[in-house]
Design a protein around this ligand. Structure first.
Ligand code: HEC
Length: 119
C-alpha cells in the first residue's frame, strides 16, 4: 500500500519541480524580498545580481546561497552593505534540500519579466 502511494508522489514532485519551487519561493521569501523593489530587504533582482556576479556557475550559486540562507552570518555575507542597511536576515529554519530548490528557482527565473513571463 505504502509503495503504491509513495512512488507516484515522488514522480509528481520531480516532473513538476518548477511550480513546486515557485510556491516555496513565493511563500517564504517574497514577504521580505519584493521581486523588483528594495524595501525592508534587498529586492530579489538585486541579490540575484550580486550572487550572479560572485558565483556565475549554477552549482556554486545554489551551493553558496542555500548554505548562507540556512545560517545567515555577517562573516559569510557577500552583501554587508545590505546588512548595514537592513540588519542581518533572520534564520528561517529551512532544510538545505528545500533551500537548494529555492536557490535553483532563483537562478533559473528571469525576475525582470515579472509575473507575465515566469511562474
Ligand atoms: C524576515 C525577512 C526575510 C525573509 C523571510 C527572507 N529574507 Fe533574505 N534577507 C533579509 C534581509 C533583511 C537581508 C539583507 C541583510 C543580509 O544580507 O543579511 C536578506 C538578505 C538575503 C540574501 C543576501 C545574502 C548575503 O550574502 O548577505 C539572500 C541570498 C537572501 N536574503 C535570500 C533569501 C531567500 C532565498 C529567502 C526565502 C527562503 C529569504 N531570503 C527570506 C530578510 C529576509
Amino acid at each position: 500500500m505504502f509503495k503504491i502511494f509513495f512512488i507516484p508522489l515522488l514522480f509528481t514532485l520531480n516532473l513538476q519541480a518548477n511550480p513546486y519551487a515557485s510556491l516555496l519561493f513565493h511563500g517564504n521569501c517574497t514577504t521580505c524580498h519584493f521581486e523588483g523593489k528594495t524595501v525592508s530587504a534587498p529586492s530579489v533582482i538585486e541579490f540575484k545580481q550580486r550572487y550572479m556576479d560572485a558565483f556565475p556557475q549554477k552549482e556554486d550559486f545554489i551551493k553558496y546561497m542555500s548554505a548562507w540562507v540556512q545560517h545567515p552570518q555577517k562573516e559569510t555575507s557577500i552583501m554587508r552593505d545590505a546588512i548595514k542597511k537592513h540588519a542581518l536576515m533572520p534564520e528561517l529554519g529551512f532544510g538545505l534540500d528545500t533551500l537548494e530548490i529555492i536557490s535553483e528557482y532563483i537562478y533559473e527565473t528571469d525576475f525582470e519579466k515579472k509575473h507575465k513571463g515566469h511562474k
